[in-house]
Write a protein of this length. Structure first.
Length: 366
C-alpha cells in the first residue's frame, strides 16, 4: 500500500509538471504573433528627445532597437515621423525597455515595463477598412492593418504607445518612466553621438537649434513652466459624433477626425452613414469632403484652438459626464466657410472664434 501511494504521488507530480509545461508553452505561443510593422517615435513639439539605449522586446527573444536620432516632434503628437530602422514581419513586442534623453528637462529617463501585447494583436488582426484603396474587384473596400508601433515620450517621463496606419491610429496604453543618472564611467567609454547627448551644454544647444525647436515655439514657451501632465488630459474621452450640414441638397462623402491624444480615424461609406456616437478624445482637427447637387466637390479643414474646444467640452459634459454630444459643422450656402458648434446635454456652444477654417473647391466634378 505504501509503495502504491508513493507511485501514485509520483505520477500526479509528473502529470502536474507536464501540464504546467504545456501551459507555459501555450502561453509563450500566444505571445509570438507576427505582423509587418515598423517602429516609430514621437514627442510634443518643443520637447525633443533622443533614445540612448533600448527598444522593444518580445517573448521569443526578438529585439527592436528604438535608437533613431533626435526626435523634434514637428510631425505632431503621435506621428511616427520617418520611423525607425526596422521594418518587416516581426513578432509583436510585449515589453518596452528604454533609456532616453529629455532635452527640455536636461535629464535621462528609463522605462522597463510590460506593454499590452494582447491589445496590439487584437488590433492588428481586426485592421480597418481603408478609404484610399477604394473598391477591389469584389466590390468591397479593402481591409488594411496597422504598419507602425509608435512610442511617444512626453515631459515627466510619461510614455504612450499607439498602433498607426494610413487610415487609422489607436492608443494602446500609457506607461510611466523614472529619472536615472548615467554613470560618468559609462559615458567616458561612449563614442560619437552617444557620448555627445550626455555632454554638458548639449541640452541647451538642442533647445536653441531652430531645426529642433522652432523659434515661434521657443518664444511661446519662454519663461513658462513645463506643463507636466498635459498629455494625460488629452486622453479624456467623451461620447460624441460629428454632424455635417451642407446647404441646398449637398452631402458629405468622407471625413478624417484627428484627436489631441494622437489618435485619428476616417469616416466614409457605411461608417459615415451610421455615424454612431463613439467614445473619443477631443478633436484637434476635422477634415471632410462634400459635394453639392451639381456634383461639384469641396473639402474643408477645421483646426480647433485647444483651450476653446476643451473649455467647450468641459462645459457640455460638466453635469453629464456620460452624456452624448454632437459637433455640428455647418457649411454656408456659397460653400466657402464652415461654422462649428458643440451640442449636447441641453447645451449648445459655438467654437468659431479661434478655429482656423480652410475650404477648397475641386477643379472638376465627380
Amino acid at each position: 500500500m505504501k509503495n502504491f501511494i508513493l507511485t501514485l504521488g509520483l505520477l500526479l507530480t509528473l502529470t502536474s509538471s507536464c501540464q504546467e509545461k504545456k501551459t507555459q508553452k501555450k502561453m509563450q505561443a500566444t505571445k509570438t504573433e507576427k505582423f509587418n510593422w515598423q517602429d516609430g517615435s514621437s514627442c510634443p513639439i518643443g520637447y525633443p528627445i533622443e533614445v540612448y539605449r533600448g527598444g522593444f522586446e518580445a517573448e521569443d527573444g526578438t529585439y527592436v532597437s528604438l535608437q533613431a536620432g533626435t526626435d523634434n516632434g514637428q510631425g505632431g503628437w503621435g506621428d511616427p515621423g520617418t520611423g525607425g530602422m526596422s521594418s518587416g514581419i516581426k513578432t509583436v513586442p510585449n515589453r518596452l525597455n528604454v533609456q532616453w534623453v529629455a532635452y527640455a528637462e536636461n535629464c535621462v529617463y528609463e522605462i522597463n515595463t510590460e506593454i499590452d501585447y494582447d491589445k496590439m494583436v487584437k488590433y492588428f488582426k481586426e485592421g480597418y477598412q481603408e478609404s484610399l484603396v477604394f473598391f477591389n474587384k469584389g466590390g468591397k473596400y479593402e481591409k488594411e492593418t496597422y504598419t507602425y508601433i509608435v512610442v511617444g515620450y512626453a515631459p515627466g517621463g510619461a510614455v504612450y504607445i499607439w498602433l498607426a496606419g494610413s487610415g487609422k491610429q489607436v492608443e494602446i496604453g500609457r506607461y510611466q518612466g523614472k529619472k536615472v543618472v548615467i554613470p560618468q564611467a559609462e559615458i567616458d567609454k561612449l563614442d560619437g553621438f552617444e557620448k555627445l547627448m550626455h555632454q554638458k551644454g548639449e541640452s541647451e544647444r538642442i533647445m536653441n537649434n531652430p531645426k529642433m525647436v522652432p523659434p515661434e515655439v521657443r518664444e511661446a514657451n519662454k519663461n513658462k513652466p513645463i506643463p507636466f501632465g498635459l498629455w494625460d488630459t488629452y486622453r479624456e474621452r467623451y461620447s460624441w459624433r460629428p454632424i455635417y450640414l451642407v446647404q441646398r441638397e449637398g452631402s458629405a462623402f468622407d471625413s478624417r477626425l484627428e484627436m489631441f491624444n494622437g489618435e485619428f480615424e476616417e469616416q466614409f461609406d457605411e461608417s459615415l452613414r451610421k455615424n454612431e456616437y463613439t467614445k473619443r478624445a477631443v478633436p484637434k482637427r476635422i477634415n471632410f469632403g462634400w459635394r453639392d447637387k451639381t456634383g461639384q466637390n469641396y473639402s474643408g479643414t477645421l483646426d480647433f484652438d485647444q483651450k476653446e474646444i476643451f473649455d467647450a467640452f468641459a462645459e457640455i459634459f460638466k453635469d453629464k459626464p456620460n452624456g452624448e454630444a454632437e459637433i455640428e459643422l455647418r457649411v454656408n450656402i456659397p460653400n466657402n466657410f464652415i461654422s462649428a458648434f458643440i451640442k449636447g446635454n441641453g447645451k449648445e456652444i459655438g467654437i468659431n472664434i479661434k478655429t482656423k477654417v480652410k475650404v477648397f473647391e475641386a477643379r472638376s466634378k465627380y
